[in-house]
Design a protein around this ligand. Sequence first.
Ligand code: AMP
Length: 353
Amino acid sequence: MTDATKPAALPAGATIGILGGGQLGRMLSVAASRLGFRSHIYEPGAAPAGDVAHQVTNAPYEDEAALRAFAASVDVVTYEFENVPTSALDLLESLRPIHPNRRALAVSQDRITEKDFLSGIGLTTAPYVAVDDASGLADAVAAVGVPSILKTRRMGYDGKGQIRINDAGQSDWTDAPSVLEGFVDFSAEISVIVARGQDGQVSAFDPGLNVHREGILRTTTVPSGQPSSVLTDAVLIAARIVNALDYVGVMGVELFVTPKGLVVNEIAPRVHNSGHWTQAGCAVDQFEQHIRAVAGLPLGDGGRYADVEMTNLIGDDIDRVPALLAQPKTQIHLYGKGAPRPGRKMGHVNKVL
Ligand code: AMP
C-alpha cells in the first residue's frame, strides 16, 4: 500500500463518538483512553459508559440538535448497539465517518436481510422463511417443519422475542414481523471475533465455545475444544463476511457446529460478549482492536497466550464478587450498573485456566 492510499490515522487526542452507553461502550471508552483518544457517548437512557467517558450526551435518537452537536464534537462515529434508528444514522453519516458502515448495520438489524446476505455469499444458515403476521404462520411451519424457532425480524437479543414451535398446529405469535427458522441440531456453539482495518487487513481471535442459559450467554471458553479444521473454517467464514461488507471494526460471528459443517446463526456488527475473554487472553483485546480499526490505526496482535473461561455475572451473580476477589488468576469487570435484576448483565469474570 502506498502512502497515498494508506488510511489517515486519527491523531492522539482525537475524539471517538460512541452510540450507546452500556457496558460495551464503557469498555470501548477505556480502550480509547488507553490509546490516547477521548470518547463521547451518546445514549438516550442510563449510561454506565458515561462514568469513564470524556463526555456524555443524554438525549433521544430523535433529537436532531443533540445529534448535530455530538457529531461536531467527534472525529469518527462508532456504536456498541446495532439498533440505532436509521434517521439518526442518516444525519450523523452526513456529518462524520461511521464505522462499521451502514450496510453492515442494515444487514444485522433484520434477521431476513441478514440471512439473505449470508446465503448470498455462499454461507449456510438455518432454513428460514419470513412470516409477516400470525395468519402466515401455518404456511411457514409447513415449509420449514418442526421443531423450529419463531424470532422477531428486528430488535431481538438474548433470546428475547423468540418462540419455540414444537408442533404444526401451534399458533403462538411474536406480535411483530418475524422469521421462522428451522431448528439446527448442533453439537456446539462457537463464535469468532473478527476485526478488519481500514487498510483491509483482517485478524481473528481464537474462536470460543459458548454456553447459553435461558437464552443469555453464560460462559465463553478458549480453547474451544473443537478440531482445528472447524476453527479454521470458522475463521475463514468470518473473514468472508467482513470482506464482503467492506467492514471496518470488530464483528462477532455466532456459529453452530453440526456434522455437516458450520451454520451461521447471526452476526453482530460490534464488539461482542463472547469476546470479553480477550481482555485476559491476548495482548490486544477486542475493544482495543475495534478502536484501532475505527481510528485508522494498524490492527494489533490478537494472538492468544492463555486459556481463559469468561463467565457473565447476571443478576444476583453479583453477590459472588467478594468470593471471586479472593480467587487467583481471576480478572473481574463490573459495569457500574444500579440494582441487579434477573437477566441483567452486571459484570463478567475472566478466569485464566
Ligand atoms: P439468537 O438470539 O438468534 O442468537 O438465539 C439465541 C440462542 O437460541 C442461540 O445461541 C441458540 O442457543 C438458540 N438458537 C437460536 N436459533 C436457533 C436455531 N435455528 N436452532 C437451534 N438453536 C437456536
